[in-house]
Design a binder for this molecule. Structure first.
Ligand code: AHR
Length: 500
């Protein structure tokens, strides 16, 4: 195949908000305990944080990190997680059928974030708790001094407020699995009431109301309409969550970005309809605060923990091993997010360490990068500044789930600060390479000054993965770029993701 790409600086999609390179740490499985935190590990610092993991998180380039859940947050009492560590209670975590020891809580997590250089995105519990507790948490984290809660934080070791700017109003409240799940009407009213109260404290807070847990939920779209009709004026974002897995139909799996694109368009259409009905001048953006490849079927069938006497601490849960095919799709999801950079202005890769994660650790042993690490790190490092629409002429192929789909999908970014252009492309062709011809003649700088390079993620073995036994099996490799004047020619292997 051949595909023609034209880069035009005028084809601006929008400014890339660095918050789209966010991630997510939930108290789930070994994300926290035996993940970011493992006192006694040879590489742990004085606080018990693994320094090798800190370095990998920095290398990944993660902006905001959503915390502490996820489903976990709907049973979470934040008060259990602050104060003297030895006095903190162990609690049942009904979401993941585990025991939460609260050895790591708000303060420790903020300390860790300070080390990795990421921003805290905090979720409040609107499952088993309500507006009052959300306000108390906000006062504890964000008030400088002078009230019992602010003074409690100071006594607990943080003189300066955490000053959390972005907050999630609960988690996946449309899902029957969620503690405190409720109908859209009820959640919409509760979220609106909580959002208004939080903004009485600080009108500049950025608040995310829960959208659907996936576009396949029976209440999808109507949920968004009802929730926003209650909360529109008080919130800033509506969330989207989407996970993809290869169920044996590789062609459709490779086209997951098409599904994500339709999902985003549908949510924006719904939000804008509510805007129009209200005659509002305000626009709601999307916080795509859970996205990834997740072999959910495996969790449902094998991983779930059961039994009223069985509440393990930090069990191995959701430890998906990602293949080359998974990473190619993962990279294409980043392309889709960038194609909506004007309205998707916050996103969280779910998740970060050990739990459906780009970074894995072995207790007492090494840490390593999964295949999905590479597209994220590259995109976060270089897709900065302005997202540009790429005019693409390409063949299509027939998929079982999404009809005719372009073989080649691409987006570009122009970082005004460095002058760099970056193009991200996925070759979905399963039967052979695609030569891409990139036309740079519209660049005002002239293509002559550019020194093009390309890196690709692919492997003849689509199931190749990085594991404890073979942690560096898959990585990015350089691709030749042939240049003729203002044209670049690059051959992308079958089923590959590339950064140019
Ligand atoms: O990321 C894993 C889980 O997926 C989260 O806890 C939940 O919000 C979603 O269903």
């Amino acid at each position: 195949h051949t595909a023609h790409l034209t880069i035009r600086p005028q084809a601006v999609i929008g400014t890339i908000n660095p918050r789209i390179y966010g991630s997510f740490i939930e108290h789930l499985g070994r994300a926290v305990y035996d993940g970011i935190y493992e006192p006694g590990h040879p590489l742990a610092d004085a606080a018990g944080f693994r320094t090798d993991v800190i370095e990998l998180v920095k290398e990944l380039g993660v902006s905001a990190i959503r915390y502490p859940g996820g489903n976990f947050v709907s049973g979470f009492k934040w008060e259990d997680s602050v104060g003297a560590v030895e006095e903190r209670p162990s609690r049942l975590d009904l979401a993941w059928h585990s025991t939460e020891t609260n050895q790591i809580g708000l303060h420790e997590f903020q300390d860790w974030l300070d080390r990795v250089g990421s921003e805290l995105m905090l979720a409040v519990n609107l499952g088993t708790r309500g507006t009052a507790e959300a306000l108390e948490l906000l006062e504890y984290t964000n008030l400088h001094a002078g009230t019992a809660l602010a003074e409690q934080r100071i006594a607990n070791g943080r003189t300066k407020p955490l000053d959390v700017r972005i907050w999630c109003l609960g988690n996946e409240m449309d899902g029957p699995w969620q503690l405190g799940h409720r109908p859209a009407e009820d959640y919409g009213k509760l979220a609106a009431q909580t959002a208004r109260a939080m903004k009485q404290f600080d009108p500049e807070l950025e608040l995310v109301v829960c959208g659907s847990s996936s576009s396949t939920m029976p209440t999808f779209a109507e949920w968004e309409r009802v929730v926003l009709s209650h909360s529109y004026d008080a919130v800033d974002y509506i969330s989207c969550h989407a996970y993809y897995e290869n169920t044996g139909d590789l062609g459709s799996f490779l086209a997951s970005g098409v599904d994500m694109d339709r999902f985003i368009r549908s949510v924006l259409a719904t939000a804008d309809q509510v805007k129009a009905v209200r005659g509002s001048s305000k626009t709601i953006d999307i916080s795509f605060d859970e996205w990834n490849i997740w072999y959910n079927t495996r969790f449902e069938n094998i991983d779930k923990i059961q039994g009223v006497r069985n509440w393990p601490k930090a069990p191995r849960l959701l430890e998906d091993v990602y293949t080359v095919a998974d990473a190619v799709v993962f990279g294409s999801l980043l392309i889709t997010l960038l194609k909506h950079a004007d309205r998707v202005t916050s996103a969280s890769l779910a998740q970060l360490v050990n739990v459906i994660a780009p970074i894995m650790t072995e207790p007492g042993g090494p840490s390593w990068r999964q295949t999905t690490f590479f597209p994220f790190a590259a995109t976060s490092a270089h897709a900065r500044g302005t997202a540009l629409d790429v005019t693409t002429v390409t063949d299509t192929y027939e998929t079982g789930r999404f009809g005719d789909v372009p073989i080649l999908d691409a987006v570009a970014a122009h970082d005004e600060a460095t002058g760099h252009y970056a193009v991200y492309a996925v070759n979905r062709s399963m039967d052979g390479p695609t030569e891409i011809v990139v036309d740079l003649s519209a660049l005002p700088e002239g293509a002559e000054g550019l020194t093009p390079s390309a890196r690709v993620l692919n492997d003849p073995d689509l199931d190749a993965a990085n594991t404890l036994q073979d942690p560096e099996r898959v990585t990015l490799r350089n691709l030749p770029v042939v240049r003729h004047g203002a044209t670049l020619r690059i051959t992308l292997p079958a089923v590959s993701w590339a950064e140019i």
